[in-house]
Design a protein around this ligand. Structure first.
Ligand SMILES: C[S@@+](CC[C@H](N)C(=O)[O-])C[C@H]1O[C@@H](n2cnc3c(N)ncnc32)[C@H](O)[C@@H]1O
Ligand code: SF4
Length: 339
């Protein structure tokens, strides 16, 4: 089987040209074809000499992968299904909103983290995605070229696949790649501290942390990761990091009826985040079959938001999109297909 060029960084492409005895400048030309234009075969890289194309296509292919299924929600959100190299599938959501087109990419097939409320967790962990497979979710959809924002909020925990995620960010933000501003990209994590620190150092994309409960024992029941990386340690690391003026940190908070929606939770959240310039995004719980968890009434959500705002924490409620096609936050899963 031929190796894929799509998903290689400029440095990796330069290594290939060197190994194959091709002129060094062809690496940049290849990056152009892969990330700025639309081609499906090495043969189409017409500014490379015939000899270079022949040598290259002996071992390599472009390797972009088309989605095998697309579903469209009544609100315009789409869900794409992509096959992966490990004979599995991942889902990607495309969310149109006014002038914006946001793509919610997956970073793993399934997830190891076992959060109680998440549909992806029910699938278990089935494999890592390569950088190429992550970037392919942006390039191989009908809206490619019109994408304004990317969120790593699909299937999987990005910092449990750190190297490939960092490589995908490099391809998306480099001049030789998609040349997107890192300020239009947000990576969401449950707070794996070592991975988070490496990401903060090596990337300039925004950070979102899934908080969901400020109390140790209560969070542990929802998110087993709390044992290894308690949220107060995650927040302390973030507080000691200089985010500069344009980089943002936000916290995601799913409201669960009777579990994390009380005035005590507001008070503890304000205490935990004191002194940190950040925002909280409240997320409505999207019901997952087989869990007793419930979303609180709309007035509780609004009250929780108002109380946090009164305490000086900028808080918004995220719109639920694509729920009818299971494309909303936490609902992506390919369990039926792979079990
Ligand atoms: C699916 S995760 C992927 C990124 C990363 N693993 C994380 O947990 O932040 C993206 C966001 O969806 C949220 N989420 C998971 N299950 C959900 C559900 N059933 N309803 C609403 N949001 C959910 C997560 O808490 C997280 O904030
Ligand atoms: S919420 Fe994120 S970390 Fe938790 S199981 Fe789902 S994808 Fe994994």
């Amino acid at each position: 089987m031929k190796e894929k060029l799509f998903g290689k960084t400029l440095t990796e492409l330069q290594q290939i040209t060197e190994d194959l005895g091709m002129p060094k400048f062809t690496a940049k030309q290849m990056a152009d074809w892969l990330y700025k234009k639309e081609i499906f075969s090495v043969e189409e890289m017409t500014n490379l000499s015939k000899k270079s194309r022949d040598i290259l296509s002996d071992k390599f292919e472009v390797g972009m992968v088309a989605p095998t299924r697309v579903q469209k929600s009544t609100d315009g959100t789409k869900k794409y299904l992509f096959p992966t190299s490990g004979q599995k599938y991942v889902e990607t959501a495309m969310i149109p909103e006014h002038e914006r087109i946001t793509v919610c990419v997956s970073s793993q097939v399934g997830c190891k983290m076992g959060c109680l409320f998440c549909f992806t967790a029910k699938q278990g962990f089935q494999g890592q995605l390569t950088a190429g497979e992550i970037v392919n979710q942006v390039k191989s959809i009908a809206e490619a070229g019109k994408v304004t924002n990317i969120v790593y909020m699909g299937m999987g925990e990005p910092f449990d696949n750190l190297n490939e995620v960092l490589k995908s960010l490099e391809i998306l933000t480099s001049e030789w790649g998609f040349a997107m501003s890192p300020r239009r990209i947000t990576v969401s994590t449950i707070g794996i501290i070592p991975g988070m620190l490496t990401f903060l150092e090596k990337s300039e994309a925004h950070l979102a942390v899934s908080l969901h409960n400020p109390f140790n024992e209560e969070r542990q029941k929802l998110m087993p990761v709390q044992v290894a990386y308690p949220i107060n340690e995650v927040v302390n690391e973030i507080k000691s990091w200089d985010f500069g003026r344009q980089r943002r940190v936000s916290f995601e908070y799913i409201l669960f009826e009777g579990l994390n929606d009380s005035p005590q939770h507001v008070k503890e959240l304000a205490r935990l985040l004191k002194g940190l310039k950040c925002r909280i995004n409240l997320i409505r719980f999207h019901p997952v079959p087989g869990t007793p968890l419930k979303s609180p009434a709309e007035e509780t959500i609004q009250r929780f938001k108002d109380e946090l705002n009164q305490k000086g924490i900028l808080t918004t409620v995220r719109a639920s999109r694509g729920q009818d096609i299971y494309a909303a936050c936490g609902l992506l899963s390919t369990k039926e297909m792979t079990s």
